[in-house]
Design a protein around this ligand. Structure first.
Ligand code: FAD
Ligand code: NAI
Length: 464
């Protein structure tokens, strides 16, 4: 290794970076990982996937108890109350255990954690505090952070990002969510369940851009039924904070009369941007594209030999499992193996109730490519969902009209996030809708709805 400090130096210890570091070490490469946070795990474990799911899970219990869903099944609670401190406590606990778990895995696999901020000084060298580190391969896995709304200051008290919205000390009377995407719907759901009035202001004419059109419409309908309010085709032009309240000015996206909305809390969730500030990419001979991402080829190589990029900082969906899979593949490529990620089959899940999930093409995108057959099955007709009082949602299977090959699967169901894994696996194996329809599914399970939707592709479901 001559005068290199590491075979592989990973910058960032999120799901992309920590997984890349562990896999590189498993493959026998001397590996270091630079992380500027106090704990490992990145956005996902510290302020993203994990704490948001802890709050979603706990608030779902509260909601079921408070809205009579449990009473309907004979579980009566006479005196119920919200102990928000305990709810936050279990969230912090989950984060602590999982971030500590990554530290344990680093030690177990002999990955050195370099604590501090990394900045390039040359293509093969980064500065971390007062240490200059030279590595044969450098993986940029610096992730992303919240996209600010011009003219709106995030103070993490009244005007919050997702990080502040996870930690609110009391339930707001009125929360306005700017952006009807994944963060807005998940965290809006948490606080709606705990008693807040929640208004989602979305610039587009429908929530959840990128999802299947029918799924977007149906999700909107279901969430409205739960009490979330939506102002679609509406833009926020300003937010002022006075006397502990926020006043938002909103107007129709296409222009028109402005309106003022008062809120106790405003959540800014209009997307995330790649983290490259302070990385001194120019010293390495790199630059970013128009979207601020570090461009890569199919093997995760940047334009500079020896520098690789993965996860949210690179193009593609900003999802933890996409970052993790890229982490494994990049380490394998560095080790001379053939790491591959199939970017056509990356599932997306919104952890609302019910969950909203999809993999592959939307019906709209599939139709643009050619003739398709579509099979649908309502959760209302699925015995398990019906028994569990979970009638909302459906499964939709989209297949190529000629070859029957499955092009996309979309689900709205209480456990859609778990169900979508079988669809992803089927698509990885190049399954036809008939393959799914003739696969024996356990009864009674929500997953039977995928089988029946696949049967519906050729018009033969049994239970509708
Ligand atoms: P990150 O997780 O962002 O990690 C990058 C790390 O690099 C950070 O810890 C940062 O401190 C560090 N870093 C950056 N620059 C430097 C530097 N110069 N020197 C040293 N360290 C540096 N995705 C899902 O798939 N499922 C979910 O349920 C989900 N929920 C989410 C909920 C919320 C509220 C948010 C905000 C995001 C959620 N995501 C979810 C998205 C997910 O968190 C990201 O896609 C994922 O974390 C990206 O992983 P990454 O490794 O690319 O980057
Ligand atoms: P997003 O891209 O999902 O949604 C942003 C929404 O804001 C869009 O609907 C957009 O049209 C709207 N918008 C943009 N500018 C606006 C404006 N000025 N006024 C009103 N609306 C505006 O981004 P979000 O929700 O911030 O999430 C960021 C990323 O984090 C996502 O890309 C997602 O991949 C990831 N994430 C994933 C989760 C999951 O997998 N369950 C959970 C949370 C986040």
């Amino acid at each position: 290794m001559a005068d290199y400090d590491f075979d592989v130096l990973v910058i960032g210890a999120g799901p992309g970076g920590y997984v890349a570091a562990i896999r590189a070490a498993q493959l026998g490469l001397k590996t270091g990982c630079v992380e500027s946070r106090e704990t490992l795990g990145g956005t996902c474990l510290n302020v993203g996937c994990i704490p948001s799911k802890a709050m979603l899970h706990a608030s779902e219990f509260y909601d079921h108890a408070a809205n009579g869903a449990m009473a309907k099944m004979g579980v009566k609670i006479d005196k119920m109350s919200l102990d928000l401190d305990t709810m936050h406590g279990q969230r912090k606990d989950a984060v602590k255990q999982l971030t500590g778990g990554i530290e344990f895995l680093f030690k177990k696999n002999k990955v050195e954690w370099l604590k501090g901020h990394a900045a390039f000084t040359a293509a093969d060298t980064v500065q971390v505090g007062d240490r200059s580190v030279r590595a044969k391969n450098i993986v940029i896995a610096t992730g992303s952070s919240v996209t600010p709304l011009p003219g709106v200051t995030i103070d993490e008290k009244i005007v919050v990002s997702s990080t502040g919205a996870l930690e609110l000390a009391k339930v707001p009377g009125h929360m306005v969510v700017i952006g009807g995407g994944v963060i807005g719907l998940e965290l809006g759901s948490v606080w709606r369940r705990l008693g807040a009035k929640v208004t989602v202001v979305e610039f587009l004419d429908q929530i959840l851009p990128g999802f299947d059109g029918e799924v977007r419409k149906e999700s909107n309908k279901i969430l409205k039924k739960q009490g979330l309010e939506f102002k679609l085709s509406t833009k926020v032009t300003g937010v002022t904070v006075k006397g502990g309240k926020a006043i938002l000015t909103v107007e129709p996206a296409k222009g028109g009369d402005a309106e003022a909305i008062e809120a106790d809390t405003v959540l800014v969730s209009i997307g995330r941007k790649p983290n490259t500030d302070g990385l001194a990419l120019d010293k390495a001979g790199l630059s970013t594209n128009q979207r601020g991402q570090v461009e890569i080829d199919h093997d995760f190589r940047t334009a500079v030999p020896g520098i690789w990029a993965i996860g949210d900082v690179a193009p593609g969906p900003m999802l933890a499992h996409k970052a993790e899979d890229e982490g494994i593949a990049v380490a394998e490529n560095i080790a001379g193996q053939h790491g591959i990620v199939n970017h056509d089959v990356i599932p997306s899940v919104v952890y609302t109730w019910p969950e909203i999930a999809g993999v592959g093409l939307t019906e709209e995108a599939a139709k643009e490519r050619g003739e398709v057959k579509v099979g649908k099955f309502p959760m209302m007709a699925n015995s398990r969902a019906k028994t569990n009082h979970e009638p909302d949602g459906f499964v939709k299977v989209i297949a190529d009209a000629k070859t029957d090959r499955v092009l996309g699967v979309w689900c709205i169901a209480s456990v859609a996030g778990t169900m979508i894994a079988q669809a992803a696996q089927a698509m990885e194996f190049g399954a036809t809708s008939e393959d799914i329809a003739y696969t024996c599914h356990a009864h009674p399970t929500h997953s039977e709805a995928i089988k029946e939707a696949a049967m519906a592709v050729t018009g033969k479901p049994i239970h509708i």
